[in-house]
Design a protein around this ligand. Structure first.
Ligand code: FES
Length: 152
């Protein structure tokens, strides 16, 4: 396996990343999920799996998020999962765009909607690790794409 740079996880943001890594949220499997996406990083062998249950209005009523691999992917998966309940799929996608933009270009100070995901800004100084943080989002986006294909 290639050696990726370690992200120093100290300070307030680092503590939050470690807290999610140690106690991941929403890790219980959903047996009858409407949306399910899995993304694998062949570079390191890590993976993220996101599942959503939708209510009659098409809003998220259940979330399952699991990741195998580095602390960053596990924390990012947990953090993302905590922001999805109650949102419509377009709202989930909008949140995803904000998160991706903040990871690529930096948060601009008006990113309260990103909640705990903001802690992942510590990863930005290590461009190769940005992919770790975005892998769960890619899994979620792929799952939404598949869901729309199936429901059309
Ligand atoms: Fe593989 Fe982080 S090292 S996703």
């Amino acid at each position: 396996m290639p050696q990726l740079p370690d992200v120093p996880l100290d300070g307030l943001y680092g503590d939050l990343v470690m807290e999610h890594f140690r106690s991941p949220r929403n890790s219980a499997l959903i047996n009858d999920a409407d949306v399910e996406g899995e993304e694998f990083n062949p570079f390191c062998g890590d993976r993220a799996i996101l599942q959503l249950k939708l209510d009659g209005q098409g809003n998220v009523s259940g979330v399952s998020a699991r990741a195998e691999g580095c602390s960053i992917i596990q924390a990012a998966t947990s953090m993302l999962s905590g922001l999805l309940n109650g949102k419509s799929l377009p709202e989930v996608e909008e949140l995803g765009e904000r998160f991706r933009d903040a990871m690529k270009n930096g948060a601009d100070g008006d990113e309260a909607a990103l909640g705990d995901l903001l802690a992942l800004q510590v990863v930005r100084q290590y461009p190769v690790r940005i992919k770790c943080a975005l892998l769960p989002l890619t899994a979620l986006e792929e799952g939404i794409k598949d869901y729309r294909k199936k429901s059309n």
